[in-house]
Design a binder for this molecule. Structure first.
Ligand SMILES: O=C(O)CCC(=O)C(=O)O
Ligand SMILES: [Fe+2]
Length: 523
């Protein structure tokens, strides 16, 4: 699939040009053929006019009789052949061949539904209005083309295919509305009405579903299902109130998608951050990290974003060149990101993680090696047991729903092969930042970090006891506009006996990165 990484989608732009040039060539060739046909027709007309002028006498002349017969037999066969000689197959084949040859990936059905689903996700998370969206407007700004009734209908259909009747209803209503002002129409009204009625029924409004279906049966008397559906809805209303005004449309979003903190999460994505206690806020500060020999010469800027658990931002920690190089190295290796099944330990793709990623080894390029070493200077943690650098590019509406980076107790199979223990800490480099959306949010903590280019976010996932810190549950909000590239460095427990010792209180939290003697805050 293409939609799961913007980097892949950008290759697709070229294939649209390909299509245009083939269509142009096809039209040119067809025009030649049609013109020749036109000349034949004109000849027929002029000869016919001549015969008409002569009258019935015309065929008494053997030459004329011969020519007339020839025109209606052998010449007609030629015309017939020419009429059939449509070159479409040849041109379609050339497009297909070219795609195979150039290895340009072409979107498929799953991309279309993925792209439509992305619109729905963005709409929900950022509270975007369907009418605005369908007019190319996002957050009050005109950013794209208007959708036609058919474009809009397809979004609704994608929702329907996922049994998401809330969005089916919303988008079919927009489609119907668009259709009213369309000339020529891009879709038949009856197609929309059928989906609309079913969505109304699913959203608990049988009477409106029935009214809609009756309308459908009226405008399309030969519709294969309309009459049957009218009966179906009528049977359902048997014994129930059928008279009077239709009940109002109540279209409620289905919240049952397994994410309990959905509302708080989405609010954070929109930047609606709960106020911080001013006393806590006062404790936050920036400092220059110089506690490693190398840093004496080149200190690192650290911004403390919050405590307990400690979350910091390393400022301007990589260069533009390094960030570009990492993207370049990763781009050809991008694979759809997977998640670990908590029960089987198997990796699988999931709609709650839409991105593509690649692993880069230090030996692959000096830049990767350099970044790996820098992580040691940034975090003071032993890098021998760290995972390779994971580079990710988010797709259309790309996101990663709330999750933990560490393996929980029940996930017995996670990281087993690595034999380096759990993920003690995470470093997240922001290599390319989106224009809108794509924040990293800690939903339980009420902390949202809007990516800033060349900075890196850092937090400890585990308590000093090795226990997973459930407060670190976090997510990558859907990318609304632009491109988001991140790199992860997951640091493991093994080898950190001296870099992050348990100490006397195993749950004590650091005051700064690499704090060896944390103490409890007493105000
Ligand atoms: O991209 C982000 O903002 C967060 C990514 C993340 O949490 C992950 O990849 O584990
Ligand atoms: Fe994560």
């Amino acid at each position: 699939d293409l939609f799961t990484a913007i980097a892949d989608m950008q290759h697709m732009l070229g294939s649209e040009k390909d299509v245009t040039s083939v269509i142009d060539a096809y039209i040119e060739e067809e025009q030649g053929r049609l013109e020749q046909l036109k000349r034949y027709a004109e000849e027929y007309v002029s000869r016919n006019a001549h015969a008409d002028g002569v009258g019935p006498e015309f065929v008494t002349n053997p030459i004329n009789a011969y020519l007339l017969i020839k025109r209606l037999t052998s010449e007609w066969r030629q015309v017939e052949a020419m009429m059939r000689d449509n070159r479409a197959e040849k041109f379609i084949k050339s497009i297909t061949d070219r795609r195979i040859e150039s290895k340009v990936k072409f979107p498929g059905e799953e991309d279309l539904s993925g792209a439509a689903t992305a619109l729905l996700r963005l709409q929900d998370t950022y509270k975007l209005d369907s009418y605005d969206l369908s007019n190319g407007i996002i957050l009050g700004k005109k950013v794209g083309h208007k959708l036609t009734a058919h474009d809009t209908f397809e979004v609704g259909r994608a929702a329907y295919n996922q049994k998401d009747y809330y969005h089916t209803l919303t988008w079919m209503q927009v489609a119907l509305n668009k259709l009213e002002n369309e000339n020529p129409r891009t879709i038949e009204e009856e197609e929309i009405l059928e989906y609309l009625a079913y969505a109304l029924y699913q959203q608990g409004n049988i009477r409106r579903a029935l009214a809609m279906t009756k309308k459908l049966a009226k405008i399309a008397p030969n519709h294969p299902r309309a009459k049957g559906n009218v009966k179906w809805y009528e049977d359902m209303l048997e014994g129930k109130e059928k008279e009077g005004e239709l009940p109002p449309i109540v279209n409620k979003r289905i919240e049952d998608d397994g994410i309990v903190e959905r509302d708080a999460y989405e609010a954070l994505c929109r930047g609606e951050i709960p106020p911080i206690d001013p006393k806590e806020e006062k404790k936050l500060y920036c400092y220059l990290k110089r506690d490693r020999p190398f840093l004496k010469l080149a200190p690192i800027k650290v911004e403390i974003l919050r405590y307990e658990p400690l979350v910091v931002l390393f400022k301007q920690i990589i260069s533009d060149y390094e960030s570009e190089m990492v993207q370049e190295l990763a781009a050809p290796k991008l694979k759809r990101a997977t998640v670990q099944n908590a029960f089987t330990g198997e990796l699988e793709t999931a709609s709650y993680r839409i991105s593509k990623s690649a692993w880069l080894k230090g030996a692959e390029h000096p830049v990767v090696d350099r970044i790996n070493k820098r992580v040691g200077d940034m975090t003071n943690l032993n890098q021998e047991t760290s995972e390779e650098l994971q580079v990710a590019n988010y797709g259309l509406g790309g996101h990663y729903d709330p999750h933990f980076d560490f393996a929980r107790k029940e996930e017995v199979n996670a990281f087993k092969k690595l034999a380096t223990g759990n993920r003690i800490a995470t470093v997240l480099f922001y290599m390319e930042v989106p224009e809108w959306g794509g924040a990293t949010v800690f939903n339980q903590l009420g902390t949202a970090v809007f990516p800033s280019k060349n900075d890196a976010l850092f937090w400890y996932n585990l308590y000093r006891s090795g226990e997973g810190d459930l407060r670190t549950r976090h997510a990558a909000c859907p990318v609304l506009m632009g491109v988001k590239w991140v790199s992860n460095k997951w640091i493991h427990e093994r080898g950190q006996e001296f870099t992050r010792p348990c100490g006397l209180d195993e749950n004590m939290a650091e005051r700064f990165v690499g704090d060896l003697n944390p103490y409890e805050y007493k105000n």
